[in-house]
Design a binder for this molecule. Structure first.
Ligand SMILES: [Zn+2]
Ligand SMILES: [Zn+2]
Length: 834
């Protein structure tokens, strides 16, 4: 009776159906987002990729997670914006130019084409009409405009500073791009360099960025904590230490002013301006100069690492402890950084481990001024610093106070006596955005010998990257060598002038791309207010934990600046954030270097996109690392085959059947099946909202198993046939956000004409999931003593508990010892006692 078509379709061929549905979605423009005030908007965004040339498993996982949420929200009736673009500037393109002679633009756009094709083959629901590439002048033009506006407001400024420098990449690196003293990209040893750099004044917003960490309930606490630490607010005191025989003083910042009486020497960062000044003309001058040079050659992170030897050189000068009048030798020390506090640290060796090691090495005095509650310390026997709080001693009028009280009293004393006062310090520094590279957005500044630094007039934007430059990999930026670019006219006097040749950090592009997606082709300004106000903020942002600090912090900073410029309305760009874990194989993160990479393309060509997506979603919860295993992929593929067969084996009668309408009476088995269907609908919806995709999928798997055991007569008229049909529809709908191609195909096979994405997400029937109660008889030593109704699904232990708590039973048992309890499920419980 089965028709020929069904027989042929009994096998699942992903390669046929996936291309078909991808074409269908594209032709029908199903994912095109339009502003629609009648619907609730939902802006879902995954962190956009760098166009390296191929989608890797990390992308595959990130975008599969996002796609479930997007499709689920579409089916729930939201107006969903789900865009995709390219973080297209950056060093690899330039390296390709140096190594292979391919122009960075060509390399980048070719990679984009390849990767766009890959993403399309995975069936992600992107609105491709909104695609942006940040290397497009139509994009970075606006970034240059933001720069000019920030420059006018003093939020962009130029300053000489010490930077991490990779001699091989010939570029400045951010602190977090230095890993164990090595360049994150090429693993060369990183050095320090002094350069004039452009900075964005994120420190102006430090307090607010910190405060709002408490106002982001949709973010993982772990990420918020990382941001708080990065901002690094500490409250303490500034204390001035007068220089001996001078009117000048060294100012330090400390959070432990309760230990000031124990400060026995002073340490300065080698870059501190006083270092060379104080040693000038002293016998130590030459030694100091050499030391400073040597320290500067090391990287900042290398200098401050815990196991780095603490070393220093005496400057030959002294300052005075303002509390004790004690003479303190001044050292230049490698572990003191100019970037933190004031670049000078009062050394309290008894109560700071680095100072302790330094004092031991150079034979400097150690004075205990904080005593722990038990086991008093002595300078002679201590083997390490005591860094905790305690009772203040050897501190004059403050003796006997605890650390907390002493800190307040000492700040007060400093203020009263003009020696310093309360102070707040932040660890966060201004954002250095200068890169001495070609493949980035040019900084729109012109230098004129007569007029000085001049912003490029707005109407001259964009400052376009010149195409014809030479990539030698040697020396500085290729832009600096390009005369046609460098040589220009001063916008003020019209005379000969030079362009800035630094380009912007690519994190600048990624700090506002999400705003641009709201009106990606708008050309009258960076953002079309009407659209950006409708779509922003991003309701759900998804990306790797590696971006937990900088990208998110810079984006939060940019949102504030753009808000002040009247371009956006919100201070916080991302309402909810999900940070997904890494993809791991053989115990390590997948990487080319380790040779443990699995190519998603291979998965897609062997098993189909649906299997690849399902594996990523089923193998582990999104926030955890995903451990790769081949069996998992096979398992996902087998499951999809099972679903396919379930439909086609029953297709010849199922297609003529309607889903159960809730009227005809059901026998117990069918009723139980229907209950399972609706429980599954409820669970999958709830699980998707919590990102528990793995448990959602396993609930659908269980339902499919139940359906295999349930053998309806091949009769669409009987109630069991109707319920079976209802169940099959539910399975298809529930699977569709995870494995959309097979879901569309089966949906069509069920006789549906509209795309499954246009079909509302199923509601569960509250009545169907209400459990029936069962009556349980309670016996004591075989005699019926009581009866109790309990829910059908109540477990054995719970039923025993309920029985033992019954008033009648408690009275009967009060002087007896229970020997055992016999339970006949859903019927009877017999308590045997002596
Ligand atoms: Zn490097
Ligand atoms: Zn001029």
């Amino acid at each position: 009776m089965r028709d020929q078509r069904d027989k042929m379709r009994e096998r699942y061929h992903p390669e046929e159906i996936e291309a078909k549905w991808q074409r269908y979605w594209e032709e029908k423009n199903l994912f095109q987002a339009m502003k629609d005030q009648t619907k609730k908007k939902y802006y879902l965004l995954e962190m956009y990729p760098y166009p390296s040339g191929a989608i890797h498993m990390g992308h595959m996982r990130n975008y599969s997670i996002g796609d479930v949420v997007a499709r689920y929200r579409m089916m729930k009736g939201y107006n969903v914006l789900h865009p995709m673009g390219w973080d297209a500037f950056g060093m690899p393109a330039e390296n390709a130019a140096i190594e292979r002679g391919v122009h960075p633009a060509k390399w980048t756009y070719e990679n984009i084409d390849i990767m766009r094709g890959q993403l399309k083959r995975m069936g992600f629901s992107y609105d491709w009409d909104r695609e942006i590439a940040t290397c497009d002048p139509e994009y970075y033009k606006w970034e240059q405009l933001f720069f000019l506006r920030m420059f006018e407001r003093g939020l962009a400024y130029k300053d000489r500073s010490v930077v991490n420098w990779c001699p091989s990449c010939q570029t400045v690196l951010a602190n977090e791009q230095v890993e164990g003293g090595l360049c994150w990209r090429c693993e060369s040893e990183v050095t320090e360099k002094e350069l004039d750099q452009w900075f964005l004044k994120i420190t102006d917003y430090a307090e607010e960025l910190l405060e709002y960490c408490d106002k982001l309930p949709g973010w993982p606490e772990r990420v918020l904590q990382m941001q708080r630490n990065w901002i690094g607010k500490s409250e303490g005191a500034e204390i001035r230490f007068p220089l001996e025989n001078s009117k000048d003083a060294i100012t330090v910042f400390t959070t432990r002013q309760d230990t000031v009486f124990g400060a026995t020497f002073m340490t300065l960062a080698p870059e501190h301006p006083l270092t060379l000044k104080l040693s000038k003309g002293k016998p130590q001058e030459e030694e100091i100069r050499e030391f400073v040079e040597r320290v500067k050659r090391a990287s900042i992170s290398g200098r401050t690492a815990e196991d780095t030897e603490k070393e220093g050189v005496f400057t030959g000068a002294y300052c005075l402890n303002p509390m004790t009048g004690g003479r303190m030798p001044i050292f230049s020390a490698n572990f003191v950084l100019m970037e933190y506090g004031t670049g000078a640290v009062m050394a309290v060796p008894a109560h700071d481990q680095r100072d302790f090691e330094f004092a031991k090495r150079y034979g400097l005095p150690i004075i205990v001024v904080i005593q722990p509650p038990d086991n008093p310390l002595s300078e002679e026997t201590m083997t390490q610093a005591y860094v905790d709080e305690g009772t203040v001693v050897k501190s004059g009028q403050f003796n006997g106070m605890d650390s907390v009280a002493a800190r307040a009293a000492i700040v007060h004393y400093l203020e009263e006596n003009g020696l310093g006062g309360r102070s707040v310090n932040y660890r966060i520094r201004d954002w250095g955005i200068s890169r001495q590279r070609y493949w980035g957005a040019p900084i729109p500044i012109i230098y004129c010998d007569r007029c000085g630094m001049q912003p490029v007039p707005e109407e001259d934007l964009p400052v376009v990257l010149p195409h014809d430059v030479e990539f030698t990999g040697k020396g500085g930026s290729p832009l600096a060598e390009c005369r046609e670019f460098v040589e220009t006219q001063c916008p003020k006097c019209g005379g000969d002038a030079r362009r800035e040749t630094d380009t912007m950090d690519t994190f600048v592009e990624s700090s506002w791309y999400f705003d641009r997606f709201a009106s990606p082709h708008y050309d009258e300004g960076p953002l079309d207010k009407e659209h950006v106000d409708y779509w922003m903020p991003v309701d759900q942002y998804i990306g790797g934990i590696e971006h937990a600090i900088l990208h998110l912090l810079y984006s939060r900073f940019f949102a504030r600046v753009l808000r002040e410029l009247g371009l956006v309305k919100d201070k916080e760009p991302f309402t909810r954030l999900l940070t997904q874990g890494m993809v791991i194989k053989d115990g390590a993160k997948m990487s080319k270097a380790r040779g443990n990479v699995v190519d998603p393309e291979y998965l897609v060509s062997k098993y189909g996109a649906d299997t690849a997506r399902m594996f990523c979603l089923f193998a582990s919860p999104p926030e955890k690392d995903l451990d790769w295993n081949d069996q998992g992929v096979e398992g996902s593929f087998r499951f999809l085959n099972r679903v396919w067969r379930l439909v086609y084996e029953n297709h010849h009668w199922l297609k003529e059947t309607d889903p159960y309408a809730g009227t005809s009476p059901l026998d117990q088995e069918t009723k139980t099946l229907r209950q399972k269907v609706h429980k599954t609908i409820k669970k999958v919806g709830e699980d998707i909202e919590r990102f528990h995709f793995n448990t959602a999928i396993s609930a659908i798997m269980e339902l499919v198993n139940t359906l295999y055991q349930f053998k309806p007569t091949e009769n669409g008229d009987a109630a069991e046939g109707l319920v079976f049909r209802e169940a099959i529809e539910a399975v298809t709908l529930l699977l569709s956000p995870f494995v959309p191609h097979i879901a569309e195909e089966l949906w069509e096979a069920l006789g549906k004409e509209e795309s499954i994405i246009k079909t509302p997400w199923p509601d569960y029937d509250r009545e169907a999931i209400v459990e029936e109660d069962v009556l349980v008889v309670i016996q004591v030593n075989g005699k019926v003593r009581d009866r109790v109704t309990v829910p059908f699904s109540m477990g054995e232990e719970e039923i025993k508990g309920v029985a033992l708590e019954r008033e009648k039973i408690r009275r009967l048992l009060h002087d007896k010892a229970i020997q055992r309890i016999i339970l006949v499920p859903k019927k009877l419980i017999n308590i045997v006692c002596a």
